[in-house]
Design a protein around this ligand. Sequence first.
Ligand code: HEM
Length: 152
Amino acid sequence: MSVALAFHVLAVVIWVGGMFFAYMALRPAAAAVLEPSQRLTLWSNVFARFFPWVWASIIAILASGYWMLFVYFGGMANVPVFVHIMNGLGLVMMLIFFYVYFSPYQHLREYVLGMRWQEAGKALARIRTLIAVNLSIGLLTVTIAAAGKYFL
Ligand code: HEM
């Protein structure tokens, strides 16, 4: 249980912390100092390095989460309400990430390579909105997961 929980929380820190840094620090800084072509190229490169970590985090969260749920707790029926909420919100976050990865991110890469900055800007705007949603759900999920056992 301790090993699974450690992997679970480390993966969550990498994913949610990475989104927080990208959204709250890198996004406004890049917008303030870079031309659109440089900014869009930067984001395409940033995502190329960050998204493999998100895939690894998702695999670690699912493997450790369901191991704890089924092996340690003995099934869905035995876990407290906050774990059900975490499970549901976690799956929503993952679906949003899959959409970002397979749709607007692929377009962003393609448009940046083709130097089609206007279209690339639109793809980045979609990614930005979805990351804002996922960051909000992620922070809420961490709060519920960590504090939930005291009030749910
Ligand atoms: C998607 C499937 C997920 C499953 C099945 C799952 C399952 C679990 C389980 C069984 C625990 C142990 C609860 C306990 O010790 O009482 C746990 C802990 C935790 N989970 Fe998840 N989880 C999932 C996703 C997530 C996500 C997406 C986040 C955050 C964004 C998250 C954050 C946490 C945190 C912070 C803890 C530690 C709580 C603590 O002991 O203080 N989990 N999870």
